[in-house]
Design a protein around this ligand. Structure first.
Ligand code: HBI
Length: 369
């Protein structure tokens, strides 16, 4: 349990959380940030803090009170070259969200930014209330590198990320506080006696490297279940043509309850990212079910898997490494996987990390900056 702090420090906080502008919450367009907002707002509300969410109109997030802001969605921060200039569409929902934040800031102790966009970072010094910036991806452009680093210099302690690897992609990695992630463990049921199958979870898109998992399943003759949104049909067709004999079965995109019912009965999760996953929520979903993780030693999963205990980390982009790890699954302890999820990735562990971060920011910048 969290160490006890003095009664003053435990006063409930009044928090304004400003979401990603790339689409309404609940649309899936916000990717990992939607998951983080969902678990974080649940846990902070459960702890008695006052929360208000600001998000593009059409947003839903459980029973949360949401200020629905109209306007044109922000184009997604693409991985096109680092020189990509800042764009703000006319009638920008991002600009409108932050104008709302400016108007109501006096009613809150702290603003929390979850947009991976230039504007909130640029506006930070113009606000009277402190802003906690949760950065949800690695560094994608020079403009974001500059905007984020400037905030890190002028307001030390106000930058948060999921993982160290993610922070390392920015010019000043030490400016960031690592907050990791979490899942609602009550939604995941432990299974101690799995079937023979392996499982792969994720968007079916080239950066997720599904073809390596299929190749490993074919070489080790282990059946592989595949779940997730089929985003790139040509990519999927190419894999099926290249590995016609592979023992694979595609089960579609399933909601959490049905997803965990499949995952929990599998022997291991394969994670084969080609790109630097900022975190890799599917890894903690598997651990929550007692399912060990075999992952390329790259990005967030490399900070989650406990080598030889809750999974195996292998040389990135080497199918042979996956096959070798599959052969050593019996050395792993499924109970230890669930225990790691309970120790590090529960809602209360996440709540402790974020609440400590917020209180440190308020101790340093107060509510009247
Ligand atoms: N792009 N411009 C922009 N802003 C965001 O907040 C954003 C994004 N692309 C993806 C994204 N957020 C989230 O899906 C990831 O941060 C998880």
């Amino acid at each position: 349990m969290e160490k006890d702090t003095d009664s003053m420090a435990r006063a409930p906080l009044r928090l304004l959380l400003l979401s990603t502008p790339v689409g309404p919450l609940g649309s899936g367009l916000g990717g990992g940030v939607e998951l983080t907002l969902n678990v974080l707002s649940q846990e902070l509300a459960r702890r008695g803090h006052t929360l208000r969410l600001v998000a593009p109109e059409g947003s839903t997030l459980g029973a949360m009170a949401i200020e629905q802001v109209p306007g044109t969605w922000q184009p997604t921060a693409h991985t096109q070259g680092p020189q990509v200039p800042i764009v703000l569409p006319p009638d920008s929902v991002l600009a409108a969200m932050w104008d709302y934040g400016r108007q109501v800031q006096a009613d809150y102790d702290l603003l929390v930014n979850l947009a991976y966009d230039w504007l909130p970072f640029y506006l930070t010094p113009f606000f009277r209330r402190p802003i906690a910036h949760f950065v949800s991806m690695g560094c994608l452009s020079d403009a974001m590198a500059a905007a984020v680093t400037t905030v890190g210099e002028r307001f030390p302690g106000t930058l948060g990320v999921y993982t160290r690897t993610q922070a390392a992609t920015f010019p000043q990695p030490d400016q960031f506080r690592c907050l990791s992630s979490a899942v609602d463990l009550t939604c995941y049921e432990f299974c101690g006696n799995p079937g023979p199958e392996l499982v792969w979870l994720g968007r079916i898109s080239p950066e997720k490297g599904l073809e390596d998992a299929v190749a490993a399943a074919a070489q080790s003759q282990m059946p592989l279940k595949i779940l997730g949104k089929l985003e790139d049909q040509a990519y999927w067709d190419h894999i099926c043509q290249r590995y016609p004999q592979a023992p694979i079965e595609y089960l579609g995109f399933l909601p959490t309850h049905q997803l965990q019912a499949v995952v929990r009965r599998c022997r291991a999760l394969l994670m084969t990212p080609r790109w630097l996953e900022a975190f890799g929520n599917v890894a903690i979903e598997a651990l929550a079910c007692g399912v060990p993780v075999i992952a390329y030693r790259r990005g967030g999963p490399a900070e989650i898997v406990q080598q030889g205990k809750t999974g195996w980390l292998v040389e990135p982009d080497h199918v042979a490494g996956l096959v070798d790890a599959i052969a050593r699954l019996d050395q792993l302890d499924r109970r230890a996987c669930r225990q790691q999820a309970e120790a590090e990735y529960s809602l209360s562990a996440l709540g402790n990390r974020f609440e400590a971060w917020f209180r440190d920011i308020l101790a340093r910048y107060g509510t009247d900056k």
